[in-house]
Design a protein around this ligand. Structure first.
Ligand code: ADP
Ligand code: MG
Length: 665
C-alpha cells in the first residue's frame, strides 16, 4: 500500500480522507463512484414534469432569498434562457444572486416553466456535458475534495500496488489492464469505456472473493474434518424445560440438526435462517451449552455493541446459572479486559460474546470449539479465517434474518448447510403496518399520544442523519427537533451511527429502562435490538428504504406482550413506490418480501446490499451479476488448484491480504 501522505495533500484534506478510511493511494483508487451523472443538452420540447434537467441562461434581478426554517434558505429568481423565462428555486445558495453572465442550472423540472434547482455552475452547458462520477461523501468530504484527491491518485496509478489478474484470464475475457480500468471508472470518456471498466472491475472483485473462499476450502477451513464433540444429549434436553418458553417444532428441528452437526466428526458450517423474531438465539444457546458439556468454549460474534450487550443478557437467561458468559467489546476498560483475557485463556469463561474486538490477536481461548456469528452477513471471509484460528477446527454457526436462496448461499459462503426456522411461536404478537400518505408530524399525533399514555415507547426512523438540501422531514436532527417541540413533557433522544459508542449505549439503555420515550433513529436499530415495551414505529419517507429493510425495521416492535403498530409515512405519489409499500402492509413473510423486493426493483438497481444478508461488494452485484459470479467461481477453483503457477501464486497471496477498500459508512 502506498500511504496517503505520499500524495502530499494539504493537512485539511488529508485529515478528512483519513477519517473516511481513504488512507492510501489504493483506497482512493478503489473509492469507485456510486453512480454517474450524465449531463446532456436536451431540447425543451422533450422535457417532462419531474425530469432531471440542465439548462443555461442568465439570472434576472431581482433575486429573493427567504429563510424557510433553521438554517435553510430558499432563493428564487427568473432565468432567461433560449427557451424563454424560467422560475427557479434553489436551496441554501443565496449567493447565486451575485452571478453575472451565463450559468447552467441543474435540477428538476416542475412543469409550467418552473425548476427546483439543486446545483449550478458558472459555465455554459456545452462545457459541462458528459459523464461525471458521483462519489459517496462523508466526514466533511465534499465532492470537489474527492474529485481532486482521486484525480491526483489517478496520476500516480502506476505506483499503486495493484496485483494484475492472471494473464490467461485477462485474455480469455478480454479484460482491461486493471490500471486502465481504474482510470476509466473514475474518468469515463463515454459509455463504452465505462462499460468495459465496470465489467473488468466486477470480475476482479468476484474473482478476489472467490479466490479467498476457494483457498479456505482448500485449506480445509470450512469443510470436512472437524472435532467430534462428545456430550450427553440428555443433558442438553434437560435444559429445555427451564427455558422461559416452549420451543416450537421448527426450533426443535433446527436444534436437532445443530446437535447432530456438533456430534459428527465433520466440521459444522451451518447457517440458520429465520425471520426476525422467530427465535434463533435459543438455538445458539443450546449449541453453546452442548459445546461446554464437551469441554469447549464458545465465541459469539455480533456486529454491534448494542447487540452484544443484548445477547449477553439473553444468553444468560437461557443458560444455567453457573455458566460463565462474558462480554468483550472495544469499550471494555483495559483493567477489566486484562482479567477477561486471563479468564478466557485459563478456561474460566465458557462463552465470550462480543463485537469484532474478539477477533484481535491477543484474545486467546483455552479451547474454543464453537463460533456463533449472528447477523452473519456482516462478517467477511477474512473474519471467518481469523475466527477459525481461535480454536482447533471450530464449528461455525451462522445466523441470519435474511433469507438467502440455497444456490446463492453456496456460491457466497462456500460449503454451507442451511437450517430454516419457518414457523413463528404463538406468543409472537402481530405487527400491523399502515401506509400514511403524508410526512406531516401532526399526522402521527394520535398514535404517539396513545403510546405515551399506555406507557409504551416509540421508534421514529428517518432515512438520513443530517439535513439534506430539500429540507424535508428526512433526517434525525430535524425530526428530533420537531418532536421535542411537540412533546416537551417527554424525553426524546436520537440514536444514529455517527454517535460515539458510549453515547449510543447510554441512549439505548435509557430507552430500555423507559426514561427515553421516543427514539429518533436511523437504520442502526435494524439489527436485533429488543425493547419489548417499544411497540410503535413510525418510518419517515418509507419509500426510501428497501422492502427487506423495512421488514427488518418493523421486526423491532411487537416483541413483548403488545401488538406492534408500524406507520409507513410517505408522500411518494408514483405508483411503483406505493405498490412496493403495499407489499409491506399486506405481507409479514420475510421470504416473500425478499423475493418481491428483487422482482420489483429489478436488475440494474443498486440493492441495499448491506442489509440484504449478502456480503457487500464495492461494484459487483451478486444478484444482477450472477453470470460473472459463477464464472469467477470456476476460475477461482482452477486458480487455487494450480498454486505452482507464479501468476496464480502472486494473485492468491494478494487476495489473502486484507485490503482497505471499505466504503464510507
Ligand atoms: P431472532 O434472533 O430470531 O430475531 P430471538 O431469538 O431474539 O429472535 O427471539 C425473539 C423473541 O421471541 C424473544 O423475546 C424470545 O424470548 C421469544 N421467543 C423465542 N422462541 C420462543 C418460543 N418458542 N415461544 C415463545 N417465545 C419465544
Ligand atoms: Mg437475533
Amino acid at each position: 500500500m502506498i500511504p496517503l501522505r505520499t500524495l502530499r495533500f494539504g493537512p485539511k484534506l488529508t485529515e478528512k480522507l483519513l477519517a473516511s478510511g481513504l488512507d492510501s493511494l489504493e483506497a482512493l483508487l478503489r473509492h469507485y463512484p456510486v453512480r454517474y451523472e450524465v449531463i446532456q443538452s436536451i431540447p425543451f420540447d422533450q422535457w417532462q414534469k419531474g425530469d432531471r434537467i440542465a439548462v443555461e441562461g442568465q439570472v434576472i434581478q431581482p433575486v429573493r432569498s427567504n429563510r424557510v426554517r433553521g438554517n435553510l434558505t430558499v432563493t428564487r429568481f427568473a432565468l432567461q434562457t433560449a427557451y424563454g423565462l424560467f422560475n427557479v428555486s434553489i436551496f441554501n445558495r443565496p449567493w447565486i444572486a451575485n452571478l453575472n453572465g451565463i450559468v447552467t442550472v441543474f435540477g428538476r423540472y416542475d412543469g409550467d416553466h418552473s425548476i427546483t434547482a439543486n446545483q449550478y455552475k458558472g459555465q455554459p452547458l456545452s462545457q459541462l456535458t458528459g459523464i461525471h462520477p458521483v462519489y459517496r461523501l462523508g466526514h466533511g468530504l465534499t465532492s470537489a475534495d474527492l474529485q481532486k484527491a482521486i484525480g491526483t491518485a489517478l496520476q500516480h496509478v502506476e505506483l499503486a500496488m495493484i496485483q494484475p489478474i492472471p494473464e490467461p484470464l485477462t485474455e480469455r475475457y478480454k479484460l482491461l489492464p486493471l490500471t486502465t480500468a481504474l482510470r476509466w471508472i473514475h474518468r469515463p470518456i463515454d459509455d463504452q469505456h465505462l462499460k468495459q471498466a465496470v465489467r473488468t472491475l466486477k470480475y476482479e472483485e468476484f474473482l478476489r472473493f472467490q479466490t479467498k473462499l476457494q483457498f479456505d476450502r482448500h485449506e480445509n477451513l470450512t469443510a470436512q474434518s472437524g472435532i467430534m464433540k462428545l456430550f450427553d444429549r440428555r443433558r442438553v434436553e434437560a435444559r429445555i424445560p427451564h427455558l422461559p418458553f416452549e420451543l416450537t417444532a421448527a426450533q426443535r428441528k433446527v436444534i436437532d440438526e445443530v446437535l447432530n452437526d456438533l456430534q459428527s466428526p465433520r466440521r459444522m458450517y451451518r447457517l440458520i435462517q429465520g425471520d426476525v423474531g422467530s427465535g434463533k438465539t435459543v438455538v445458539a444457546a443450546l449449541a453453546i451449552l452442548a459445546t461446554r458439556l464437551a469441554h469447549h468454549q464458545s465465541a459469539v460474534l455480533v456486529p454491534t455493541e448494542i447487540l452484544a450487550q443484548q445477547h449477553l443478557s439473553t444468553l444468560r437467561s437461557y443458560l444455567p446459572e453457573d455458566f460463565k458468559i462474558e462480554l468483550l467489546t472495544s469499550s471494555v476498560a483495559p483493567k477489566v479486559r486484562k482479567q477477561l483475557l486471563e479468564d478466557l485463556e485459563n478456561g474460566t469463561i465458557d462463552c465470550l460474546v462480543g463485537t469484532h474486538a474478539i477477533i484481535q490477536d491477543d484474545v486467546v481461548f483455552k479451547n474454543c470449539g464453537l463460533v456463533v456469528a449472528d447477523e452473519q452477513h456482516r462478517f467477511g471471509v477474512n473474519q471467518r479465517r481469523l475466527l477459525s484460528a481461535k480454536g482447533d477446527r471450530v464449528d461455525f454457526l451462522l445466523m441470519s434474518a435474511t433469507p438467502i436462496p440455497r444456490t446463492m448461499a453456496n456460491v457466497l459462503f462456500g460449503d454451507l448447510d442451511i437450517s430454516t426456522i419457518d414457523q413463528y411461536h404463538a406468543s409472537k404478537p402481530k405487527v400491523t403496518s399502515t401506509l400514511i400518505p403524508s410526512l406531516e408530524i401532526s399526522s402521527m399525533d394520535a398514535p404517539i399520544q396513545k403510546a405515551l399514555a399506555d406507557h409504551q415507547q416509540v421508534y421514529v426512523v428517518c432515512p438520513a442523519i443530517e439535513t439534506d438540501e430539500e429540507g424535508e422531514l428526512t433526517d434525525v436532527q430535524t425530526v428530533h427537533k420537531a418532536l421535542s417541540k411537540r412533546y416537551p413533557d417527554f424525553r426524546i433522544e436520537m440514536l444514529h451511527g455517527k454517535l460515539p459508542n458510549e453515547t449510543k449505549e447510554a441512549v439505548l439503555k435509557r430507552f430500555y429502562d423507559q426514561t427515553v420515550r421516543i427514539l429518533v433513529t436511523t437504520t442502526v436499530i435494524e439489527v436485533g435490538i429488543n425493547v419489548p415495551t417499544a411497540n410503535v414505529m413510525i418510518i419517515h419517507h418509507a419509500d426510501r428504504f428497501g422492502l427487506s429493510q423495512l421488514h427488518q425495521l418493523r421486526g423491532r416492535i411487537g416483541r413483548g406482550q403488545v401488538e406492534g403498530q408500524c406507520y409507513l409515512l410517505s408522500d411518494a405519489d408514483n405508483p411503483e413506490s406505493l405498490a412496493r409499500l403495499q407489499v409491506i402492509v399486506e405481507s409479514s413473510d420475510g421470504f416473500k418480501i425478499a423475493e418481491k423486493d428483487l422482482e420489483l426493483r429489478g436488475p440494474g438497481e443498486l440493492f441495499g446490499l448491506k442489509q440484504s444478508g449478502i456480503p457487500s461488494f464495492l461494484i459487483a452485484n451478486v444478484i444482477t451479476d450472477q453470470k460473472i459470479l459463477m464464472t469467477a467461481l470456476q476460475d477461482a477453483i482452477a486458480l487455487v488448484d494450480h498454486p505452482e503457477d507464479p501468476q496464480n501464486k502472486a494473485w492468491i497471496a494478494d487476495c489473502l491480504v486484507e485490503h482497505s477498500t471499505q466504503l464510507l459508512d
